[in-house]
Design a protein around this ligand. Structure first.
Ligand SMILES: O=C(O)[C@H](O)COP(=O)(O)O
Length: 223
């Protein structure tokens, strides 16, 4: 039975400062690296066949650090350009691929674009615009931050990608790791678990804590 593992990147350098990050490309903090190592140890017995990350370094770092803890002797191969993808399909033969894990990067998994809030301190923003308004921007389904993406907007790019790229892997019994972000993953969990617009407001995804599903009879069951 194929497994799907979702993991939000470990704590980032801006998570520490409580700053809206979105599409700003910020690395993991020392604590975030420890979180990724711990997550990797928790997932060490899963034989991953393919990995998907966003284009953002915090998600890629988390995936690579977690994979470094894996008990398989496979090597992750970053397929971050069309040329690398072509090389993967033409140069590497099946024998070589047995000991490798393809790691795909894709902007569709990027964190929600936080628009004008990017770079702003979350506490100061709440003081400026009010707690309720900021909570709506951060956790509602369809209220976007100023010149940013709502969760609904984010889902319009994550869900088609998930259906077109990830589901076919699960259907062919591949174990999949997705390393992404708090809100891009909230949109995916909302889809998988069929959460309502009201329920999604309550969903928080902590940094570095894997979410596990098993794929059976065309359904994803949380385990
Ligand atoms: O982009 C960010 O600031 C964080 O990754 C998620 O922020 P949020 O928890 O405020 O949505």
């Amino acid at each position: 039975m194929a497994k799907l593992i979702l993991i939000r990147h470990g704590q980032s350098m801006w998570n520490i400062k409580n700053v809206f990050t979105g599409w700003v490309d910020v690395p993991l903090s020392a604590n975030g690296i420890s979180e990724a190592i711990e997550a990797g140890k928790q997932l060490a017995d899963i034989n991953f066949d393919v990995v998907y990350t966003s284009m953002q370094i915090r998600a890629l770092e988390t995936a690579m650090i977690a994979l470094a803890q894996n008990n398989s002797d496979k090597t992750p191969i970053l397929l971050h350009t069309e040329a690398k993808l072509k090389e993967w399909t033409t140069i590497y033969d099946d024998e070589m691929k047995k000991n490798m894990i393809p790691v795909h990067h894709n902007w569709h998994l990027n964190e929600r674009y936080y628009g004008e809030l990017q770079g702003k301190n979350k506490t100061k923003t709440a003081e400026e615009f009010g707690e309720e308004q900021v909570h709506l921007w951060r956790r509602s389904y369809d209220v976007p931050p100023p010149n940013g993406e709502s969760l609904e907007d984010t889902a319009k790019r994550t869900i088609p990608f998930f259906k077109e790229s990830v589901i076919p892997e699960l259907k062919t019994d591949k174990n999949v790791l997705i390393s992404a972000h708090g809100n891009s993953l909230r949109s995916i969990v909302m889809y998988i678990e069929n959460l309502s617009k009201e329920e999604i407001v309550q969903l928080e995804i902590p940094t570095g804590k894997p979410i596990l599903y098993e794929y059976e009879e065309d359904k994803l069951i949380r385990i």
